[in-house]
Design a protein around this ligand. Sequence first.
Ligand code: ZN
Length: 61
Amino acid sequence: MEPLAEKSIHCPFCDARLTLLIDESVGAQRYTEDCHVCCQPMDVIITEDMDGELSVTVEQE
Ligand SMILES: [Zn+2]
């Protein structure tokens, strides 16, 4: 199984479309990643639903 999943998100600052690589083996997690376009720190929040599907939301820090 591929341990890294690609998830598409939009930067909350500049609305650029970004692809994040998520380590699915870690499960729910929260970390900060700089936008590759505008270099602002995004809060990346990964939650796991009841089916084990990971969903990603990003917020301004
Ligand atoms: Zn940005």
